[in-house]
Write a protein that binds this ligand. Sequence first.
Ligand code: 1BN
Ligand code: ZN
Length: 313
Amino acid sequence: MVFAWGAVLPAGAACGDERADAAGREAAGVASEFDGAAALEAVRAQVAFGPRVPGTEAHARAADWLEGELRRRADTMIVQRWTHTTAEGRTLPMRNLLARFRPDEGRRVLYLAHWDSRPVADSDPDPSKRGAPVPGANDGGSGVAILLGVAEAMARRAPGVGVDLLLVDGEDYGDFESDTDVLIGSRYFAERLPDPGYAPLFGVLWDMVGDEEPVFSQEAYSVRGAPEVVQRVWSTAQRLGHGAVFSNSTVLGITDDHVPLLAKGLRVIDVIDLDFPWHHTVADTPDKVSQRTLQIVGDVAIALIREVTAPPR
Ligand code: 1BN
Ligand code: ZN
């Protein structure tokens, strides 16, 4: 499987450039720390395992691969493995992967994404396909690609704060309407945080972040639960010249992996673009994921970490 991360920013190259927006940086020939082409390759690599549906061989093989990719970049790893029993009594092997950078640092940033894919394409326009699994290129794959790209950037140049990159399992297994067998990994993590006083400065769930025409609206549970994090993320995106992508519009609350963490008091928001025509269909394939969008989101994700300043002495 071909999967390589390209050249990145020479140290300090992004500083001092007056044309600070995205087009300006590109015109000035300033490389990004985030490699959008490698991120798209990471989406393809995940989908190539087959749908990462809990209980399948593709799920187990993808987990092994993701664990390896994170392990060789992180300072340390925590792997949570357990068995989830569904409402119907099925037992599913589950795995959360937490890659930690500067694990002894108290001031931390948490990013998460779900790595599983949905067993049923229940929104497919063709009823005969609704029993088939979702390939999960955008739904799952794109957020994971962002986290792998951030891991690569952190390995190349250590962050000024602690960084936790969490891949959660079982987000998409069951039924969101009845809240059954969904958000399995984030619920498990929320009950077993890495340490008793675990309280990241801020956290972001990156979900469905690869659409060709991205618009990220402010999601209601995020706005209600951690408004200062929404403000931080959207103002950083605007500073980078992505104000049209990170829109000030709002959308209704979405049952997603940030919800169990917010309920535990963690300051975590959801960056999600649900306006994706292939959501929960068999056509959620890598050709629907845009390298340019991954680049925008990855640049925002890294800028958020780099701009956390040292505490005053
Ligand atoms: C996100 C990706 N979600 C599922 N796959 C969460 C969601 C819940 C999306 C309810 C739409 C409705
Ligand atoms: Zn989904």
